[in-house]
Design a protein around this ligand. Structure first.
Ligand SMILES: Nc1ncnc2c1ncn2[C@@H]1O[C@H](COP(=O)(O)OP(=O)(O)OP(=O)(O)O)[C@@H](O)[C@H]1O
Length: 256
């Protein structure tokens, strides 16, 4: 166990794709029990950093630890502690939600009765029960439904740390509220959530710590109030990242 009380530690984590430095020596600590928001512009390196941190993408250099367990030295140990909603899920598509969770649970080594009970509960809470009754396979799911079944796979084994890449994207408001309740309850019970999002008000509403990442680097990190520095998170984001104005005649043909 990690004696510093961190759920997550990235130490000079780096990813190069050819000449492109996608993640530029990111060092970040996420204290246990925090609801951590990772924000930044498109292409900033959020997905790449999270993918390396959870063991889905091999870093060029640097380390990632989950509850003190090195993600790359002890992948099974780290993955036991982790629940992950990756960007662009690669799920078996020709299974129904329940079949997928059954398969997932068995891969995780869960007991069949536990899988069955949790699956029924997750499908009910995430409003995927009707699709299940109709025999809808994941291939036929809408974008939001795919997000929700992805969340269900992340939650199924009751992990200690959840890493969610844009969990609210494409999720309707009713399911969004359910998700918020689930995540808040999870954190209240001692779990840790690391979530990327482009929705600043949502991050302000949910997260107690935030990092703004830009061009592969951490521009600022701290408590929500430290990062906001008296303004809104969006103001701080734009201030750090730089505002893009339409210059001169750019797109003036639009609507003319
Ligand atoms: N497999 C890859 N090969 C080459 N370049 C990549 C690859 N994956 C990501 N990149 C590049 O790395 C950079 C970071 O991408 P990443 O997907 O991590 O950004 P992001 O912050 O998650 O963006 P978004 O908010 O749009 O999801 C981008 O410049 C992207 O083009």
């Amino acid at each position: 166990m990690d004696d510093q009380g961190n759920a997550f530690e990235l130490d000079r984590l780096r990813k190069e794709f050819g000449d492109k430095i996608a993640v530029d020596d990111v060092t970040l600590a996420v204290p246990r029990g925090s609801f951590f928001g990772l924000v930044g512009p498109n292409g900033a390196g959020k997905t790449t950093a999270l993918s390396m941190a959870v063991g889905l993408l091999r870093p060029t250099s640097g380390t990632a630890r989950v509850l003190g367990i090195d993600t790359w030295q002890d992948p099974v140990g780290a993955k036991t502690a982790l629940g992950v909603l990756p960007d662009g899920l690669a799920l078996p598509e020709r299974l129904t939600g329940a079949e997928l969770l059954d398969y997932w649970g068995l891969l995780r080594g869960l007991d069949r009765t536990v899988i069955r009970n949790r699956t029924a509960e997750l499908l009910r809470v995430l409003e995927l029960e009707e699709a299940e009754q109709l025999g809808t396979v994941v291939l036929e799911y809408s974008t939001g439904m795919r997000k929700k079944i992805g969340l269900a796979t992340a939650l199924l084994h009751s992990p200690k740390v959840l890493v969610l890449d844009e969990p609210y994207e494409a999720v309707d408001p009713v399911s969004g509220r359910v998700l918020t309740k689930i995540l808040r309850r999870f954190v209240a019970a001692g779990g840790t959530v690391i979530m990327s999002s482009h929705v600043m008000p949502l991050v302000e509403q949910l997260c107690d710590r935030v990092a703004i990442i830009a061009r592969g680097r951490v521009a600022v990190e701290g408590t929500l109030d430290e990062v906001r520095a008296g303004g809104s998170l969006e103001d701080r984001f734009v201030e750090l990242v730089g505002e893009r104005e339409l210059v001169g005649e750019e797109l003036s043909w639009l609507g003319s």
